[in-house]
Write a protein that binds this ligand. Structure first.
Ligand code: SAH
Length: 240
């Protein structure tokens, strides 16, 4: 069995029972080192294969090798394994090995855990866009930002920056500002469920100049999003 496990944002309390059991039942655990470290209490005595960032293909091929050799493997991803995670790549690598049994175990994605910290920003239609152009051309990212902003979606941005991509959030805000007003309510959450967790509610014009890092998830409200007692809330439309 090869389990592709979403472990949620980081804390044990945010993991599902299914994810915990899959990790406990595995004899080989593999994943990006930071995520494997987050579940270190669950994996004592197991064989562990970690890779660093950008080691995704190597990591999944290794997981396939272990599964083909008959091991129970848990491939660990942060958040949900299918949201910018390893699930698609892993299933593709096993394309010619239908004999390997696989399961994708869902986890709490950063848009959900971060949204809960901010309040209720996702109570109406939303779109999720990654600003990472490592595997996606920037022109396509711009096109999607523009379409989502024009349609007044709440927009969640994953991968808003990295060491090399410091101004991407600012560029994205510039595009979104073509369609959304500068006082649109926005929020950001950093290190969800991990040491150093912090959140901030701001406006779109201020967000444009806010420094962020790769462990931040950004929320841009729709035209109805407001702040209620310090929480970011997008109304669903109920009449009181
Ligand atoms: N599969 C993950 C997403 C991986 S992409 C999920 O479903 O959550 C990596 C991006 O996710 C980061 O750049 C950040 O935007 C977001 N992210 C993941 N974990 C996070 C955390 N603990 N705190 C804040 N953002 C996080």
């Amino acid at each position: 069995m090869l389990s592709i496990v979403g472990i949620g944002p980081g804390g044990y309390d945010d993991m599902t029972v299914r994810a915990i059991n899959a990790i406990k039942n595995a004899d080989v655990v593999t994943g990006y080192r930071l995520y494997v470290d987050l579940v270190s209490d669950l994996i004592k005595g197991k064989e562990v294969f970690c890779t660093e960032m950008r080691g995704e293909v190597e990591r999944c091929k290794k997981a396939a090798e272990f599964a083909l050799a008959g091991h129970n493997v848990a491939l660990i991803c942060s958040g949900d394994a299918g949201v910018y995670g390893m699930a698609g790549l892993m299933l593709k690598i096993l394309e010619d090995h239908p004999e390997v049994e696989t399961e994708v175990i869902p986890g709490v994605s950063a848009c959900q855990s971060g949204g809960a910290i901010l309040g209720a920003p996702l109570s109406h239609d939303f779109s999720v866009i990654s600003l990472s152009d490592l595997l996606t051309p920037w022109a396509l990212i711009e096109q999607r930002l523009e379409a989502a902003a024009a349609a007044d979606f709440v927009i969640v941005l994953y991968n808003p920056a990295s060491h090399k991509r410091k101004d991407y959030l600012s560029r994205a805000c510039g595009i979104i500002l073509k369609h959304k007003s500068s006082d649109t309510i926005c929020g950001l959450v950093k290190n969800i469920g991990r040491d150093g967790q912090m959140q901030q509610i701001t406006t779109l014009s201020e967000l444009k100049d806010t420094p962020v890092d790769m462990l931040t998830t950004v929320f841009i409200g729709n035209s109805q999003t407001t702040v209620i007692n310090g929480k970011m809330v997008t109304p669903r439309g109920y009449k009181l």
